[in-house]
Design a protein around this ligand. Structure first.
Ligand SMILES: Cc1ncc(COP(=O)(O)O)c(C=O)c1O
Length: 384
């Protein structure tokens, strides 16, 4: 990393923890067998894979058979949504989600609606981006087969009332999925039953595990249809030779950081509060999402008379790595869909900045950005 870099983008990804990396290393160098091979080299890999599944299920307090290893949050979400919608299409064709989900959820529902004849209800959210659990009760019909609402929002840090939503779904006999990619490692998970969900998506690189590793918790006896076809891996639920090293890394990161979240709450909350105050002291800057009901590491705001691309570029020039929430990195001017759903007008949604702090953040970095922010905004506005 550039020694000048201030990394405020931990919701995008985190560096792999050294202990996690050390534990993964032998699985690239020595234990490289295919877990499906019947010979001794393969059997050794199979034993390690089984052990990783036991370790993950122990952290979750789940059965090993309820854990499917995937390539990360996107695949876990796709398997949960396509897998259950297709499994239960004979029972009903109504699905419920929220408009503030990650695209790895939203686009699954868009596809099922456009191409596979499902009806999708997208629940309204309030100005903080929160789903009202009561709205789930009224949206469920006898045709509803699946509700999917994320645990914590990647753009604003907003925490959703997933436990209440999960309760409602259980009472009404409807499956509940939660994308918890941003929750694990940040908020405590005493056990997987905590979410009251039938399906929970987990993503290792959000909490110092490796990229390309994740898991989907599937409450037994549910067996979603597969979305990847080929071999009979993962008990016929996910074809493809398992990435053993990544799986070992996921297991280790979960053991280290799930029950005791790595994003230490006290200092991060204090620091994001300081950044929020510094931002709000600038005229025309507004913090978005709940100030209190949020991930401690995340603070997001909009800047009147500025745009995300210019803000990101100016911050980057000063060594600050932040995120805009919108797809501007791909050259698009589309505003953040999360802010749009929260009722933020288009031009303001296009001036969005997200700071997400983490383990490497220091008090000096906070002071530097507190001082930098008014200057950057002033220069950008003067140039308009
Ligand atoms: C809430 C949420 N869900 C899903 C994902 C997708 O994870 P991945 O890109 O690792 O597949 C992310 C990553 O940004 C996320 O923040």
């Amino acid at each position: 990393m550039n020694s000048r870099a201030i990394y405020f983008d931990y919701n995008a990804t985190t560096p792999v923890d050294r202990a996690v990396l050390e534990e993964m290393r032998p699985y690239q160098e020595e234990i490289w067998g295919n877990p499906s091979s019947v010979h001794q080299i393969g059997r050794r890999a199979r034993a390690c894979l089984d052990e990783a599944r036991d370790r993950v299920s122990k952290v979750l307090i789940a059965k090993p058979s309820e854990v499917v290893f995937t390539s990360g949050g996107t695949e876990s979400n796709n398997l949960a949504i396509f897998g259950t919608a297709r499994l239960l299409r004979g029972k009903g064709r109504h699905l419920i989600t929220s408009p503030v989900e990650h695209h790895a959820v939203l686009h699954c529902f868009d596809y099922l609606e456009k191409k596979e004849g499902f009806r999708v209800t997208r629940l309204p959210v309030d100005r903080d981006g929160m789903v009202d659990p009561e709205s789930v009760k009224t949206a469920i019909t006898p045709e509803t087969i699946l509700v999917s609402v994320m645990a914590a929002n990647n753009e604003t840090g907003m925490l959703q009332p997933v436990r209440e939503i999960g309760n409602t779904c259980r009472e009404r006999g409807v499956l509940f999925h939660t994308d918890a990619a941003q929750w694990f490692g940040k908020q405590s998970v005493p056990d997987i039953g905590f979410f009251n969900a039938d399906l929970v998506s987990i993503c290792a690189h959000k909490f110092h595990g490796p990229k390309g590793a994740g898991a989907l918790y599937i409450r037994s006896p549910l067996l979603p249809d597969p979305i990847l076809f080929g071999g009979g891996h993962e008990n016929e639920r996910r074809a493809g030779t398992e990435n053993l090293a990544a799986t070992i890394g996921l297991a280790r990161a979960m053991e280290m950081f799930v029950a005791n979240p790595v994003f230490a709450q006290d200092s991060l909350r204090e620091w994001t509060e300081r950044l929020a105050k510094a931002a709000e002291a600038i005229p025309g800057v507004e913090v978005r999402g709940s100030r209190h009901h949020r991930l401690a590491n995340t603070i997001a705001f909009t800047v009147e008379n500025a745009d995300s691309i210019a803000l990101m570029a100016s911050l980057d020039l000063e060594g600050v790595c932040a995120s805009s929430g919108s797809a501007c990195s791909a050259g698009s001017l589309e505003p953040s869909h999360v802010l749009s759903a929260m009722g933020v007008p288009r031009d303001l949604a296009n001036s969005f900045v997200r700071f997400s702090l983490g383990r490497g953040t220091t008090a000096d970095e906070i002071t530097a950005v507190e001082n930098l922010l008014p200057r950057i905004v002033g220069v950008l506005r003067a140039a308009r």
